[in-house]
Design a protein around this ligand. Structure first.
Ligand code: AGP
Length: 615
């Protein structure tokens, strides 16, 4: 995610845009930039770092008096965070300037074609490709900016919220939206453009939210007119009168970042497989894997190192890689691995998983493995982070910034990446028939919709939370692919509600934890119809006979567990290897509601930091 802000009107644009970017920093904060037009001259300033860094740089380097401007705060997806890759981007002629939030999936092929026609590129971004495509269309078709944007956008695949300026027509800003949010604030002879209303709510609460595949040419003194990008049809704007305050807007109307990020998971999973999962072509395209395929196929084993929730994602991957790709996997706590003098050879592949890309133990484990000759692959959520830069190759989750300390969308997007790798290796090894592979790709593609379905249980889960909010202990049980989910569910509960919780393989209960079971002990059991279903039922019966309270996560339509459990949360049917993407969601919501009812600080739990950069 990134944050975009634009302004055209009678006021100085600079303070409006800078303050607006600061309000949007929760959307991305690795680099920032601003463009201003003073009626004659264009001024551009951009920098790696935060908006504060941009402010210092701009106020000492450019004229900040213009009444029209575009600003951007970046969460890198293509191209590491640095000055050159920061937005706004200019076209080769220098006439066009663009800011963009989203991902252009087919930017490489467009870039190649433009280069063959003489276009040159400074940055590694997909956005610089888009602004030059618009320029080429404008020049070739001899059309104005609005039409050029429309024609160009019909050639791209991906997601965008853009604002474009043209020096040859400096009284307008062209905006367009698909997949990423874009709001127009309507003031008194002034217009605002932003990723959400927080940059302009203090000036006006009249807003138009563009729908997907809509665009608008914004001119002072003219009514906002929306147009469909695909077919030029006119769309009439619905002007909304907003009653939200700034904080509510930053959280997307949710009470906490954690809840917002739980609900972002369908989009985050989709953005993570976007451009990589190509069902129609029957392939998974991942540059970091494609370019190192032999290393993975010839590896003696895959060692996965991580911490916390990322370690749980690694445990899920152990099941996936061994079950589907028949690759031996070991999962290690990075903090242990780095000190136990492990045996590592150049036939080992090490996968490091880290949302922040800055976890000290994981970084140290990577460096040690590299020294011992292993090939190291990173799965991170922060482009250009230390771990991303230290590894030989990698794949980014495109979850967008995860602000809540408790990891949620990072977990499901990490599993998405790791599952795609396992599927890809399995296919390369000839383990899957074309039809089975295609069926698995199709099922993965459908997961975001199934996550949406699970999220509909939120009210039920809140009612369950009410019953158990005063518990002092809680047990989480799961088998197979869902054993790591039990660990993750327990971690979520303990780290934000401070209730002691333990995750266990369901079958392990009789080796000790069953002694804990009584009517005071809620037991969360993941009992989907896949994988050892009957055995989980006997575990549930053992709990019931000791008066334990059972909260069961089951496959929708389940009857057998439903008869036994005190509470049942249903998730849609899916392939066993993908069940963690669904069964995790109710556990995230359960911990969120219990923590809230206990008056805990959900987004910043006590004693914890979002990124553990110390040992
Ligand atoms: C999970 O909710 C915690 N915030 C924590 O365990 C976290 O997963 C761990 O610190 C690893 O962080 P990373 O993914 O950024 O490396």
């Amino acid at each position: 995610m990134c944050g975009i802000v634009g302004y055209i009107g009678q006021r100085d644009a600079y303070p409006i845009i800078i303050k607006g970017l600061q309000r949007l920093e929760y959307r991305g904060y690795d680099s920032a930039g601003i463009f201003l037009y003073d009626g004659e001259t264009m001024h551009l300033s951009k920098t790696k770092g935060k908006v504060e860094d941009l402010k210092h740089k701009s106020e000492t380097s450019i004229d900040i008096s213009g009444k029209l401007g575009l600003g951007h705060t970046r969460w890198a997806t293509h191209g590491i965070p640095n000055d050159i890759n920061s937005h706004p981007h200019s076209s080769n002629s220098g006439d066009l300037v663009i800011i963009h939030n989203g991902i252009i999936e087919n930017y490489e092929s467009i870039k190649k074609a433009l280069q063959e026609r003489g276009y040159v590129f400074e940055s590694d971004t997909d956005t610089e490709v888009l602004v030059n495509l618009i320029e080429e269309v404008k020049q070739k078709e001899q059309v104005k900016l609005g039409k050029a944007v429309q024609i160009a956008l019909n050639q791209v695949v991906g997601a965008y919220a853009i604002a474009v300026f043209d020096r040859t027509k400096p009284d307008e800003i062209v905006v367009a939206k698909l997949g990423s949010p874009l709001a127009i604030g309507i003031g008194d002879n002034e217009y605002f453009v932003a990723s959400d209303a927080s940059p302009f709510i203090e000036f006006t609460n009249n807003a138009v939210y563009l729908e997907d595949e809509e665009m608008a040419i914004i001119r002072l003194g003219k009514e906002i007119k929306l147009r469909k990008i695909k077919d030029d049809a006119i769309a009439y704007p619905t002007i909304q009168e907003l009653q939200l305050n700034i904080e509510e807007i930053e959280k997307g109307g949710y009470d906490h970042f954690m809840l917002k990020e739980i609900y972002e998971q369908p989009r985050a999973i989709l953005d993570t497989y976007r451009g990589r999962l190509r069902v129609n072509q029957g392939i998974i395209k991942m540059a970091g894997i494609d370019q190192n395929l032999e290393k993975f196929l010839n590896a003696n084993r895959i060692i996965i190192v991580a911490c916390g929730t990322s370690w749980h994602a690694g445990l899920v991957a152990e099941y996936t890689f061994e079950d589907l790709a028949r690759v031996p996997v070991e999962v290690e706590y990075a903090s242990e691995f780095r000190y136990r003098n492990p045996v590592i050879t150049d036939k080992d592949v090490l996968i490091a998983i880290s949302q922040s890309g800055e976890t000290a133990d994981t970084l140290a484990a990577i460096k040690m493995a590299k020294e011992k000759g292993a090939f190291v692959f990173g799965v991170c959520n922060v482009v250009g982070s230390s771990i991303a830069r230290e590894t030989h190759a990698g794949a980014y989750t495109h979850a967008g910034p995860e602000i809540g300390v408790a990891s949620t969308k990072a977990f499901t997007t990490q599993i998405t990446i790791l599952t795609m790798i396992a599927l890809k290796l399995a296919k390369e090894k000839g383990i899957f028939s074309e039809s089975r592979f295609h069926a698995l790709l199709t099922e993965l593609e459908g997961i975001p919709a199934k996550v949406e379905k699970v999220l509909e249980s939120n009210v039920l889960i809140e009612q369950i939370a009410e019953v158990y909010k005063d518990s002092t202990n809680c047990l989480y049980l799961g088998r197979g692919y869902n054993f790591p989910v039990a660990l993750e569910g327990a971690l979520k509960l303990k780290e934000i509600s401070y209730i002691h919780a333990e995750g266990y393989p369901a079958a392990e209960m009789k080796h000790g934890p069953i002694a804990l079971i009584d009517e005071q002990m809620p037991v969360v059991v993941i009992a989907t119809r896949k994988g050892h279903y009957e055995k989980v039922i006997s575990n549930i019966q053992e709990i019931k006979s000791r008066h334990g309270k059972i909260i069961a996560v089951v496959t929708e339509g389940d009857e057998m567990v439903t008869e036994l459990a005190d509470h049942v949360i249903e998730v849609p049917e899916t392939t066993e290897a993908l069940t963690p993407l669904l069964t995790t969601i109710p556990l995230q919501l359960l911990s969120y509601h219990i923590a809230l009812m206990r008056g805990c600080n959900v987004d910043q739990p006590r004693n914890l930091a979002k990124s553990v950069t110390v040992e």
